[in-house]
Ligand binder design. Structure first.
Ligand SMILES: C[S@@+](CC[C@H](N)C(=O)[O-])C[C@H]1O[C@@H](n2cnc3c(N)ncnc32)[C@H](O)[C@@H]1O
Length: 290
């Protein structure tokens, strides 16, 4: 057991069980992409956490925390009288998250653990369990939710934000944009992950024994040469490229990754297009008090 986690009573003795390689990988570039994504959708996530009732002084568990964007956001909301524990199986991501917490002056109350969620156990009781873009990668998300909800007090909060990828679009439809969306979605799906987790949140909560959630959905839209979305799409595909090639979905030559953002931009500008990300669907509920 990692001695740094002794204060949280974390135990990680059980073996990890998910044999599927994580589709996006853990390259330096992917970890940078996570932070870029975190900045782009920060306000959406903050809105979900605020609506869910995250408040100063709360103790929060952030599962699948990556490089810590959601944990740090929650850390700002709960403040030094509260506590956040971010858990992710990538030690590289956790190292970055810890550095960012120090830089943000939050390291005393926003802490991290490099553990697989299947193996994670902890004798802490939290006021809330939260996560973003993580349930889509779990082999049995409702089983994980059910198990980890045991670490949340009665009346405590469960709040997640996930993608509804089939709703991605651009108007007018751009051929290159559509190919990118197809490559991304096929790669994630054929690698064994859930591309429509956002839409499945109510049934996933129900199967975990949680009450029906309240929900909200928000997406990014962009147009013109200055939109960050071309780079966001291109970097997402760059992270997925090794798996896309392995699955025979697309080759590096077909995708032309180093010029992709520029070509997506040119297509959108020429068409005066409105490019839209998939909705980031938020859902939150409370653990029954009886
Ligand atoms: C798309 S990233 C999202 C990261 C972060 N929640 C955010 O929104 O910035 C998904 C994260 O889930 C983590 N993850 C997936 N399955 C996991 C598991 N079984 N145990 C721990 N972490 C897991 C990955 O390592 C990755 O960092």
């Amino acid at each position: 057991m990692d001695k740094r986690l002794a204060n949280f009573g974390v135990s990680t003795d059980a073996p990890a069980t998910d044999p599927r390689p994580y589709a996006l990988g853990y390259s330096t570039r992917e970890l940078q992409r996570l932070a870029l994504q975190g900045a782009l959708i920060r306000d959406f996530t903050q809105d979900v956490l605020r609506r869910a009732g995250i408040q100063p002084g709360m103790r929060v568990l952030d599962i699948g925390c990556g490089v810590g964007d959601v944990s740090l956001l929650a850390g700002e909301m709960v403040g030094p009288r509260g506590m956040v524990l971010g858990v992710d199986r990538s030690p590289e991501a956790i190292d970055i998250a810890e550095r960012r917490a120090t830089e943000a002056g939050q390291c005393y109350w926003t802490r991290f653990a490099a553990e697989d969620l299947d193996a994670f156990a902890c004798d802490e009781i939290f006021d809330a369990m939260i996560g973003r873009l993580v349930l889509m990668y779990l082999p049995d998300p409702s089983a994980t939710l059910r198990r980890l909800a045991g670490h949340v007090r009665p009346g405590g909060i469960v709040a997640f934000q996930e993608l509804a990828m089939p709703l991605t679009r651009s108007f007018p439809e751009g051929p290159l944009f559509s190919r990118c969306v197809g490559w991304i979605s096929d790669t994630i799906e054929r690698a064994g992950f859930e591309v429509d987790m956002g839409s499945r949140l109510p049934m996933t909560f129900a199967a975990a024994g949680l009450p029906a959630p309240q929900m909200i959905s928000a997406g990014l839209a962009g147009s013109g040469p200055a939109s960050p979305l071309y780079n966001y799409i291109s970097e997402t595909l760059r992270s997925l490229l090794p798996v896309a090639e392995r699955l025979g979905i697309a080759t590096a030559e077909e995708i032309g990754i180093d010029t992709l953002a520029e070509r997506l931009c040119r297509e959108a500008v020429e068409q005066r297009a409105c490019v839209m990300t998939p909705p980031f669907v938020g859902a939150w509920t409370n653990i029954p008090s009886w």
